[in-house]
Ligand binder design. Structure first.
Ligand SMILES: CC(C)(COP(=O)(O)OP(=O)(O)OC[C@H]1O[C@@H](n2cnc3c(N)ncnc32)[C@H](O)[C@@H]1OP(=O)(O)O)[C@@H](O)C(=O)NCCC(=O)NCCS
Length: 152
């Protein structure tokens, strides 16, 4: 039976909101778990960036619980909450809720926890409380100046 969402959590933030499309479905007609995982990763990044304007990489996705399927046409909301802030890393809890296309009912579908690490241009961890390390003109697809590092 569908679980009604707990909206009492104060400190979580709506970080991502998407509508599921036919391309997202698996062979059963529900949404492929990997698609949800990809959005969870993005939501984690959005939350991590609040702590510092740096390159952030995902070090670990500790636990993912798929509680209920996501259906085609559902609007899916990704809520993020920082649960631990270290030196170069933060741990973010993600709660995923689906607004059913047919009924509008909100259902808790997935929960996950992931750790993201702020890294410098060389790909090594840096304290995320340091001043921004990403400058204008360094966006994705923009070729950076020659130098060491993997070019994350
Ligand atoms: C994440 C990464 C930068 C960590 O580098 P590292 O040299 O192992 O890092 P360190 O041991 O110095 O630890 C740095 C911080 O990351 C945390 N960390 C590192 N590996 C971790 C893991 N597997 N799980 C949780 N936290 C981790 C450490 O606890 C530490 O946190 P703190 O500074 O807040 O105390 C490195 O492993 C990496 O580049 N991984 C690939 C990331 C990536 O490409 N992600 C996308 C997947 S396609």
């Amino acid at each position: 039976m569908a679980e009604k969402t707990d909206t009492g959590v104060q400190d979580r933030r709506l970080t991502l909101r998407v509508v599921t499309m036919p391309r997202d479905t698996n062979q059963y007609g529900t949404i492929f778990g990997g698609v949800i995982l990809s959005y969870i990763d993005q939501a984690g990044f959005v939350e991590a960036r609040r702590h510092g304007v740096h390159r952030w990489v995902t070090a670990a996705i500790d636990r993912v619980e798929f509680k209920a399927p996501v259906h085609l046409g559902d609007t899916v909301n990704f809520y993020a909450r920082t649960v631990r802030a270290g030196t170069s890393s933060v741990t973010v809890a993600i709660e995923v809720e689906a607004e059913r296309f047919t009924s509008g009912e909100t259902v808790a579908v997935t929960a996950a926890s992931l750790t993201l690490v702020a890294v410098g241009a060389d790909g090594r961890p840096i304290p995320f409380r340091s001043p921004p390390t990403v400058s204008e003109g360094e966006g994705p697809g923009v070729k950076s100046a020659p130098g060491p590092g993997p070019g994350l």
